[in-house]
Unconditional design. Sequence first.
Length: 547
Amino acid sequence: MRSRRRRRPSAPGTSGWILDPREAFTEASLRERLLGPVQSWRDYSPSLRLWFWLGPVLTAVLGGVLRFVRLGDPHSLVFDETYYVKDAYSLLQSGFERNWAGEANAAFNRGDPSLIQSSAEYVVHPPLGKWMIAWGMDLFGQGNTFGSRFSSAVVGTLSILILALVAQKLFSSVTLGTVAGLLIAVDGTHLVMSRIGILDIFLEFWVLVVFAFLLLDRQDGRRRLAARLARLAAASPTGVPDDAVLRWGPGLGFRWWRLAASAAMGAAVGIKWSGLFFLAVFGLLMVLWDMNARRVAGVKHWAVGATVRDGIPAFFLYLGTATAVYLSTWTGWFLSSDAYNRRWAEQNPGQGVLWLPAPLRSLWQYHEQAYAFHQSLSADHPYKASSWTWLVLGRPTSFYYQSPQCGAAKCSEAILSVGNPLIWWGGTIALVVLLFVWAGRRDWRAGAILAGMAGGYLPWFMYPDRTTFFFYAVAFEPFLILALCYGLGLFLGKRQDPPWRRRAGFLVVAVFLAAVLALSAFFYPIWTAETISYNDWHLRMWMPSWI
């Protein structure tokens, strides 16, 4: 075979051309091009291997302390806990949501759930998030606020650990992984949502789990591609895989991490339907990653090869598994006879999607009702916030405010979901930088972060008349943190930079993190319902729209 000149896809520290095609198909060469120089925690120096795990664990411990200390305060239902905590109690009793009498909140706050009724309640969110709240209530008792918020605090703490590991994998940097964990551990929006028994922290958790599994699937798929192409090249007398192999590329077998990501995606949709936007974006991201892997490896028809060999199986695996997991979250509804709309198919013969079995036909009609409700939701609310204002913290949600007696003339207890301004405003600036980096360099890391932001943020602009709240933004907050870490990484510089440049970058990042910690300590009382003087509370209201 005549030696051909092959283009090596651009990668840091590599030349643009390989003159000997056999060199391109050694496993070491393929792995470096497909995965980069750092491919696992074992590739770090021995001194850094400890910090690979210790950094994320320490940030999770810090975040856990902030989330669990005084978790039961205030000792009453706050904001939408009036729906989800009582629904969780209903699930424990019946397997489906039930109605409550008019004075149920006051009785429930006293630990008396007797005002629950036997009739089924019409709810518009899937059951999994309420089941997760119910698990904490089952562990610690159904009449205390610590138990109803326990699951939120657990998944909020686990999110810190997962995000730190994700950042390490994404940036191949122990430092940036620890920084990511620290930032989300001390941010107010994530902290508040981890201390309240409502659904959005669970959506954030499962979306982050999906992204983590997709990163592992990307790495595993590229390892397999490198190993199989190298094995085929070694078996060839020319040291290069046959043209038939290079036309489409080899098959990669069953993708177990992709299966895990698909199951987690079904769980995310089982919390809130807004997870569907992440499902679509992450599905597209998988396909683009597969295409790029085959292109970098030297496959001729990489787009068609990735579509046929990877995309079609992924479509059925991803959607099939996610759908099965989503339906499983409705198990209590399926097993009941009195849940809302459970007998709709029997009561309305000849209506609905007739080819579905009766239980699924009833559930489909229930979903049509819920979808119509979400589409028409435009009720006024004092803390509604347009999605245009979320990144600049224009109108954070006030979950709780009281004026208790204390030593000062007037005192305040508040839970305000405002984020740390340095984190949110800095992250917003970093997103603009990422857009230019992705457009100019095609950095896959920038593209992955922007994809997560797009799945969690952009869809809300399609519903300008819908009543929305700032705390919905917690679902995409991990990607905002990753964008900020990307920007901080630019300050830190590269290993080959001069020492003075590295020291200057480290100083800038250290000063920024110190300011973040100081600001979080300043805002902490209004995130956790601490009793402070009214003047101290007002000092923390930086914008009139925060009041």
